[in-house]
Write a protein that binds this ligand. Structure first.
Ligand code: HEM
Length: 144
């Protein structure tokens, strides 16, 4: 009976220490890991990408397809039928071509992230595109 009580109390103390994040070195790493892996996922820190880094996420240099809109970077790999090599909207991959969402000009040499001179209406549609990406794709981070 006493043995059971000792085991129960030890287990309780152990669980309490892990759950309250007071797990110190006396708790073996394997036990801590067991509980940590089952705790809610922490938000991953936001990644900041330079244009050179973003350009690599083109499905070739890196397997993923990323695009940026208004400085927010999204992983559009799951939309490869639109953004993959040779597909209709591949133009947007690996760059921030925010302006081109409005102009509809998909020539590489005309890609631009300059939007300051757009009318309110156009800025609003651009914002709606950003909301579209927030809803349908995973945000990776921001342009540096
Ligand atoms: C400013 C002009 C345009 C822009 C910026 C644009 C942009 C886009 C983008 C980014 C997508 C992919 C959305 C996703 O990730 O699911 C898309 C899809 C599509 N677009 Fe456009 N588009 C334009 C004009 C047009 C026009 C004129 C047509 C038709 C003639 C068209 C037909 C389509 C179709 C059929 C889809 C696929 C929809 C689906 O499968 O869910 N787009 N468009």
């Amino acid at each position: 009976m006493l043995k059971k009580a000792v085991i129960f109390t030890s287990l309780f103390v152990l669980l309490f220490a892990v759950w309250t994040d007071k797990a110190s070195d006396f708790i073996p790493a394997v036990i801590r890991q067991f509980f940590i892996q089952r705790s809610p996922a922490q938000p991953s820190p936001e990644v900041l990408l330079t244009l050179e880094e973003l350009q690599l996420y083109n499905g070739k240099d890196r397997p993923e397809l990323y695009l940026s809109i208004l400085g927010e970077v999204f992983d559009v790999t799951k939309g490869a039928k639109h953004y993959g090599d040779g597909c209709q909207y591949n133009f947007f991959v690996g760059k921030d071509a925010s302006r081109n969402f409005i102009t509809g000009n998909f020539n590489d040499e005309d890609a631009s992230d300059q939007v300051a001179d757009l009318s309110h209406d156009k800025l609003l549609s651009l914002k709606q595109w950003k909301q579209f990406y927030r809803k349908h794709y995973t945000k990776v981070g921001k342009m540096r």
